[in-house]
Design a protein around this ligand. Structure first.
Ligand SMILES: [Zn+2]
Length: 225
């Protein structure tokens, strides 16, 4: 009990509380002003670089709200410096594709011709499950509906679909159908569970010719609705 009291109130100076309210209001207004100055319209999708900026802003703005020995002016200087850096680097990266690539990363082709693109297979940032959920979010039932899918630098997925008449067999993305089946099971067409390669029939221990894996799921050919 005593411990909790110490954690909650230990050494608090009661006359400082009102000042905290004042400091918080000032910092809150300042951070709004700074974010407006940054020129961003919203924060739905942020690149990694922008997340870094937001983190620095947040930490600089938070501390002087409740630390008596920190004058608010210090934080204001930090905020303005960060935003000047942001503006400068954004300007730089609009001039140089290399800097842009370093800061924001590159868009990456995830699906091509109804199959997962294997070029990035050994990249550390290749997280298949993330692609699955992103594609599901875009109402993609199976890969055979997708001509190209690109993972943008802000984490969103851009998709070009096949016309209904061109939809092919593809790897299912929803759990109801994405499950391993065996060669003798009564299945129309098989899809490699890893890369989406399609085979009309498979034998025992069939190896995928694209990715060399051995798990197969049934393939779907449903159209988009
Ligand atoms: Zn495969």
């Amino acid at each position: 009990m005593l411990e909790i009291k110490k954690i909650l109130f230990g050494g608090a100076q009661w006359d400082f509380l009102l000042e905290i309210v004042g400091r918080s209001i000032i910092m809150f207004v300042m951070i709004l002003v700074i974010l407006r100055l940054s020129g961003k319209k919203g924060v739905r999708q942020l690149t990694l670089f922008e997340v870094a900026i937001i983190l620095s802003l947040g930490s600089a703005a938070g501390d002087p709200m409740f630390q008596e020995e920190l004058p608010v002016i210090y934080a204001l200087v930090v905020l303005f410096s960060v935003i000047v850096i942001y503006k400068f680097v954004t300007w730089l990266s609009s001039k140089s594709t290399l800097i842009n690539k370093v800061l924001e990363g590159e868009a990456m082709v995830v699906v091509r011709d109804g199959m997962f693109d294997l070029k990035h297979e050994h990249d550390g940032d290749f997280s298949k499950m993330e692609f699955f959920s992103e594609l599901r979010n875009q109402s993609v039932e199976h890969l055979g509906q997708v001509r190209v899918a690109v993972l943008e630098v802000d984490g969103t997925m851009s998709i070009l679909f096949y016309a209904d008449s061109d939809v092919k067999y593809g790897l299912p993305l929803f759990p109801d159908h994405y499950m391993q089946v065996l060669p003798h099971e009564n299945v129309d067409t098989f899809a490699c569970m890893y890369c989406g390669q399609i085979e009309p029939t498979i034998i025992e221990n069939q190896t995928c010719k694209r990715c060399k894996r051995k798990e197969w799921s049934l393939a779907l050919k449903t159209k988009r609705v």
